[in-house]
Write a protein that binds this ligand. Structure first.
Ligand code: NAD
Ligand code: DAU
Length: 356
């Protein structure tokens, strides 16, 4: 079996659903169920013995030790994190705790577990750390895309905490010989993403007739990858990646935020037209995010060349599936928009003035 941390979040849950659709190897899912974790996303696995769920904290060393000793997984795939940049600006402490201390705790527990395995099991064991392109910092318009050799220049509390965790993972390989793999991926989108991130936020706001808050001039650029393509890349790295190596994952799909938002509006105009006119009428430029990185772009040639991975979705096919999923799952959306979600919306957008 494999241990997945953070498997009730957006990418972790998609990873588990994809894994069990094609494989019977059991997944032990350790997730604290913070605001971002949602077991409803995994409701289809409720009676499936291949999914073992444990609610718990990756910072809880005794719990992690107990799980490793009981289940003896052959790999750990580490998704659990605080993942939202805006929240890291409002409250960086949780990010240092979960992303840095939590990764440290998992690494130490994995090191002890690895030492307890026999030689063949040790050789097969992997610790796969799921990280982000944000650790590389911000690119200018003409800069080359991020390769694995790019120096780290994190700019937000979120990316700084992920950068710290990447460095710990690297050190546990070089110092202790733990067979680690690190993936640094660009912006994911797709079904089951919490509506605090750009694309799902725009879909649910547009459907509710609420303003679509675009930070600053809307010309920041992100590289977008459909979530199941990220999951497939992680499976490839886990199966065939070289321990100690880093793999950058991206969709060769750079877009400005304003183009993303206009595209979502155009799809909604087609699939769920509004009597009040195009959803684009709701676009509102608001005060920019502090320290807002201008551009990310991923050079994915290493994983393509060495592991033969390529994205299966184009942006057009992926964004259509995504919008359709949110239209088809209003109850999931209503359930995650709890009191805590409304508090966050008030904290992040209530004081954000309209941009001139
Ligand atoms: P998410 O915020 O949707 O989910 C995070 C999950 O981790 C939640 O289920 C939460 O309950 C759990 N969690 C948080 N703190 C925990 C703790 N202390 N112990 C146990 N579980 C805890 O995040 P996501 O978007 O699915 O991202 C998953 C990983 O992928 C993160 O490490 C993130 O940095 C990385 N990543 C995300 C993106 C993206 O675009 N979303 C891109 C590249 C990399
Ligand atoms: O690049 C990978 C990263 O992508 C992941 O590591 C993070 O976990 C993930 O959250 C994401 O970070 P971003 O900050 O790029 O994602 P977000 O969806 O928050 O914002 C995308 C862009 O849209 C960014 O330039 C900010 C802008 N934005 C975002 C929100 C929430 C807006 O203009 N308005 C908004 O309301």
């Amino acid at each position: 079996m494999i241990l997945v941390s953070g498997g009730a979040g957006f990418i972790g849950a998609n990873f588990i659903l994809d894994w069990l659709a094609g494989d019977d190897e059991i997944i032990l899912n350790l997730d604290l169920l913070t605001y971002a974790g949602n077991l409803e996303t995994l409701a289809s696995l409720r009676d499936d013995p291949r999914h073992v769920f444990v609610q718990g904290d990756i910072c809880d060393r005794a719990l992690v030790d107990r799980l490793l000793a009981t289940y003896r997984p052959r790999a750990i795939v580490h998704f659990a994190a605080e993942s939202h940049v805006d929240r890291s600006i409002h409250g960086p402490g949780d990010f240092v705790r979960t992303n840095v201390e939590g990764t440290f705790t998992l690494l130490e527990a994995a090191r002890a577990h690895h030492a307890s395995l026999d030689a063949a099991e040790q050789a097969a064991f992997r610790f796969l750390h799921v990280s982000t392109d944000e650790v590389y910092g911000s690119l200018g318009t003409d800069d080359p895309a991020f390769a694995e050799t790019k120096a780290y220049e994190p700019n937000s509390p979120y990316s700084a905490s992920k950068a710290a965790s990447d460095h710990l993972v690297r050190a546990w390989h070089h110092t202790y010989g733990l067979p680690v793999l690190t993936t640094n991926c660009s912006n994911n989108y797709g079904p089951r993403q919490f509506p605090e991130k750009l694309i799902p936020l725009m879909i649910v706001n547009a459907l509710a007739g609420k303003p679509l808050p675009v930070y600053g001039d809307g010309l920041n650029v992100r590289d977008w990858l459909y979530v199941t393509d990220h999951c497939a890349a992680i499976r490839e790295v886990l199966a065939r990646g070289t321990p100690g190596e880093i793999y950058n994952i991206g969709g060769w799909n750079e877009k400005t935020n304003i183009d993303i938002v206009r595209g979502v509006c155009a799809l909604l105009d087609e699939l769920r037209p509004s009597a009040d006119g195009s959803h684009a009428r709701l676009i509102t430029h608001v005060t920019d995010r502090p320290g807002h990185d201008r551009r990310y772009a991923i050079d994915a040639r290493k994983i393509e060349r060495e592991l033969g991975w390529r994205p299966a979705e184009t942006f057009d096919s992926g964004i259509r599936k995504t919008v359709q999923w949110y239209l088809d799952n209003p109850q999931w959306v209503a359930d995650v928009q709890s009191g805590a979600y409304r508090d966050w919306v008030a904290a992040n957008y209530g004081t954000r003035g309209q941009a001139a």
